[in-house]
Design a protein around this ligand. Structure first.
Ligand code: DUT
Ligand code: MG
Length: 150
């Protein structure tokens, strides 16, 4: 489904490099590192990177997720310090990416490099109905491998 989302550009360089879906079927928009000079991320380092943009989803049934890019994560160990970023629908600040070098070699992050991706997702909010017992389900309380390995 397509929705319209308010977006503010906070870094002029983005006017030339607006976030776009790379292909018609892309789920994520790549976010760029709006930094002024290259940053070297040593193994184990985590640093907060500004993306130069803000969005206001303005709908309690929408959220956005910041996810790693698979190439950076798999080949270079560059993932997110918070594993996944959750952007609330009422957040109006700059989108920030916590960049973590979980690998064992240094990584140079260059200005305007695509570092992570943003996926907009639907959300359900719950009102909780307190109960003493649940209606029985097939799984019950089994988890953590309770169904076996194969
Ligand atoms: O990777 C991220 C994660 C969060 N945020 C922004 C948007 C989000 O709506 C806000 C708060 O995020 P979260 O609720 O995950 O952080 P918190 O540590 O619980 O902070 P708060 O007390 O502000 O909710 O920070 C980012 O820009 N990037
Ligand atoms: Mg929070």
């Amino acid at each position: 489904m397509k929705i319209i989302v308010d977006l503010k550009i906070l870094d002029d360089r983005l006017h030339e490099q607006m976030p776009t879906y790379a292909t018609e079927g892309s789920a994520g928009l790549d976010l760029r590192a709006c930094i002024d000079a290259p940053i070297t991320l040593q193994p184990g380092d985590t640093t907060l990177i500004p993306t130069g943009m803000a969005i206001h989803l303005d709908n309690i049934y929408h959220a956005a997720l910041i996810l790693p890019r698979s190439g950076l994560g798999h080949k270079h160990g560059i993932v997110l310090g918070n594993l996944v970023g959750l952007i609330d629908s009422d957040y109006q600040g700059q989108l920030m990416v916590s960049c973590w070098n979980r690998g064992n070699t240094a990584f140079e992050l260059n200005p305007m490099e695509r570092i992570a991706q943003l996926v907009i997702v639907p959300v359900l909010q719950a009102d909780f109905h307190l109960v003493d017992d649940f209606d029985a389900s097939e799984r019950g309380e089994g988890g953590f491998g309770s169904t076996g390995k194969h």
